[in-house]
Every structure is written in C-alpha cells, then in structure tokens.
Design a protein around this ligand. Structure first.
Ligand code: G6P
Ligand code: MG
Length: 214
C-alpha cells in the first residue's frame, strides 16, 4: 500500500473551478476575449501567471507590459478571493471527508499538493486547517504543474519517497507532474480519461477500494 496520499485541492477536495471561471471571465470580458470552458480547462492545475498567459493567447489588442500582466493577475485574484467568501464547511462533501478519515485511520499520511497560493485560505474555509500531515502549495514552489516540484515537496514534507506516495488529480497538468516526479496517480474527472494516469477513478471514494486492494 501507499504510505502517503497527496491530494490536489481545486477540483479534487473542493470545487473552486466555477469561481476561477467567473473571475477569469471578468478579466476576459475586460480584454475583449471570448472565454469558454475549453480555455478554462487548460488552466486547471496551472499557476495564476501561467493561466493568464493561456488566456492571452486569445488576446489581439496592444501588447501588454509585464506590470500590466501582474495587475491583471492581481485583479483576477481579488475577484476570486471575493467569490471564495461564499465557501464554507458545507462545501466539503461527506464523501471526501469520510474517505480521507478512513484512509487516515488505516495509517496513511495525507498531504496537499496544489499550485494555488490561496490553499491555506481555502482549507480554512472548508474547516480543514491542521487536518493534513503536510501542505505543499503555490507559496513554496517556483515552477507550477506539469513540473513535479509541488508533489516532490509534499513527499519530502511527509518524509516519504515518491514511490511510496499516490497523487490524486483532476487535471492533465497534474497527472503529467506526478509522472515526471515518479509518482503513481489516480485521476478524477478529465484526468480519469488521460492516457498517463495510473488508476482512473469514477468517484473520490474509489480511493478506498484502490487502497484496500494493494
Ligand atoms: C489550481 C487551479 C488553477 C489555478 C491555480 C493557481 O491549480 O486548478 O486553476 O490557476 O491553482 O491558483 P491561485 O489561487 O494561486 O490563483
Ligand atoms: Mg485540480
């Protein structure tokens, strides 16, 4: 069995996706960009500044300076953090909570591996402050997924090598990051259909079967 389980946050533990979408949509409208799910999906697991670059592929106005880009990313974040105020403990599903509690009772160490710099705020809103054995997020890395840095840090914080950890992801960029770091992965949502995933999952609680069978 895996000794450590490293969870992505957005799209795995909680559903902040629609808040990211709504915040980026406002920036896109401001820039005259047609924002859709196809662009939003490419931003999954990708850092704020890298997400902005994905959005700007569709931008055909005057070239933007580095300072203007930073200002746009900051504005997106203000909108996003405003939307996060709608989130509370009720947004942590029973299924996720019970699955994690069971894995923990079986002796697994649990960690977060997220590109988000808002990770601690989101964990607080979900009532999960202090719940995980380790938290590796956008504040302790320099390269975002598909680079493996965020997961390698999480494993290191747990005191485990990658081969003893399973990464749980919903994004292609996250599955690629897991693979690049030498981790097996379990994929939810679009990541379940991705060729590089080790175990496709239909739902979060499938982790219990996976864990029990190894
Ligand atoms: C997660 C989300 C991405 C987001 C990134 C950075 O990986 O899936 O959509 O861009 O975090 O989030 P942040 O909260 O730091 O802007
Ligand atoms: Mg995700």
């Amino acid at each position: 069995n895996y000794q450590g389980i490293i969870f992505d946050l957005d799209g795995v533990i909680c559903h902040t996706d629609r808040y990211h979408f709504l915040a980026w949509k406002q920036i896109a409208d401001q820039l005259g960009i047609n924002f859709d799910d196809r662009i939003n999906d490419r931003m999954r697991g990708v850092s704020r500044m890298d997400s902005l670059e994905i959005l700007l592929e569709e931008y055909h106005g005057e070239p933007l300076t580095a300072a203007q880009k930073v200002a746009l990313a900051e504005k997106k974040n203000q909108l996003y953090v405003g939307l996060l105020q709608n989130m509370g403990e009720a947004d942590l599903s029973e299924e996720v909570r019970k699955t994690m509690d069971t894995l923990r009772s079986r002796g697994r160490k649990l960690a977060i591996g997220s590109s988000s710099k808002n990770t601690k705020l989101i964990l607080k809103r979900l009532g999960l402050t202090g719940y995980f054995d380790a938290v590796s997020d956008g504040t302790n890395i320099t390269r975002s997924k598909p680079d493996p840095e965020v997961f390698l840090c999480a494993a290191q914080y747990l005191g485990l090598c990658p081969g003893k950890c399973l990464v749980v992801e919903d994004a292609k960029a996250g599955i690629l990051a897991a693979k690049a770091g030498g981790f097996d992965s379990a994929g939810l949502g679009e990541a379940a259909a991705f060729a590089f995933v080790t175990y496709p999952l239909q739902s979060f609680s499938d982790l219990l079967k996976l864990d029990g069978n190894r």
